[in-house]
Structure formats: structure tokens, C-alpha cells
Design a binder for this molecule. Sequence first.
Ligand code: SF4
Length: 214
Amino acid sequence: MARKYAIKEVFATLQGEGAQAGTPAVFLRFAGCNLGYEVCPWCDTDWVKATWTLGLDDTLELVRRTAVEGFGAEKPGLLLVATGGEPSLQLDRPLSDALRARGYRISMESNGFRPVDRSLVDWLTVSPKQAVFGQKDGDEMKLIYTGGAVPGITPNVDAVRAIAAGTEFASYFLQPVDVPATGGPNYGEAIAAVMELGPPWRLSVQTHKVVGIP
Ligand code: SF4
């Protein structure tokens, strides 16, 4: 039986985070995650129930319609952000090949718990949510800085250093955790941590939330 993809949402916007912030992109958010809200109680994404379960052609048509509505066309080089949930559970060779054939540059945002086939993507962001994880290289590591007030694997800079030890990423970002119940993003803690860590660490701000886009 032909492969189906469980998709939560598709939308046209600008990438908000990390080194590609500001880049026009179609976000393809898959449903399902191999970690879940018990591991990441501060997760800001609804990935639980698929809105669509589609075969390859229907998935491509959904992406095409979204690009046309958002950008006027499937413009060559447009970023396709495969996210979730955990997108590595679903982005496979047929979908990757078909998206690239339409001119997309594929960026994946993975929790890196298990190794990712980098040949499927043009850009890999790894955002570990557990201290032990499998994907140790990529274009950027983006660690959510939970700091002192929120449970997580990054309570302080020593934990950040330990997670990054032995990894090889082109860029390293620390991103404030956004928990409305504790007053929103912990910018102060995250900025202090980046200043203490020094290079190559940089601050990643969720600019899409600041400017009010998806
Ligand atoms: S791994 Fe990512 S998508 Fe899954 S629960 Fe954690 S933060 Fe949410």
C-alpha cells in the first residue's frame, strides 16, 4: 500500500528562528512525535491529531496550493520547513525527491533523538530534548534554554555545554523557552547564559511571535 503522510498543518510564512530567520518558507507540520509532552511539558506545538492523512500526490498538491496562496507561485529555492512533531518519522525519499524536483530547499527541524538521514534535507536543525540523543551533526543546534524555572535538560550553562560536547554543528543557538504561565519567554536568563557561554553560541528569538505571524 502506498505511503500516507499524517499532516497537522501547512502554511506560508517567514521562518522565525535560528540562522534562517526571515526566510520565506512553506511550513509542513507533520503530526506525531516520538518524545511527547511528558518529555517537553513546555512544548508550544499541537502535533497530536492529523488534520489530513494524504498520499504523495495529495501532499504535494497541498504544499503547492499553500505556496501559491502565500507567495504567488512555487518559487525556485523556496524553503520547505519539515517540522512537527518529529518530521524525521515521516519525511522519506519519495517526498524529499518530489519536493526538490519542484524547486524546494528542504529544511528539517528534528529533536535528533534518533539519527536523521541528512541526504533527505538541505538544512538540518537539531533541537535535542533529552540529554542523550543520536543526531550529533547538522547545520544548527538549537537548544531551548529552560533555565531555573521550567523543567528541562538545560537548567544552566554547564548542562548546555554537556549537551553540545562532541557535536559538530555549523551554528549553535540558545532559544528562550516560552511558557505563558511563567511570564512568557525567559529572555533575561537566556541572554545571560549566551553571554556566559560566549562563541559559538548565539541567541535565537522566536521572531514570528514578536511580529505576529504563524
Ligand atoms: S520533541 Fe518537539 S514537538 Fe515533540 S513534544 Fe518535544 S518540543 Fe514538542
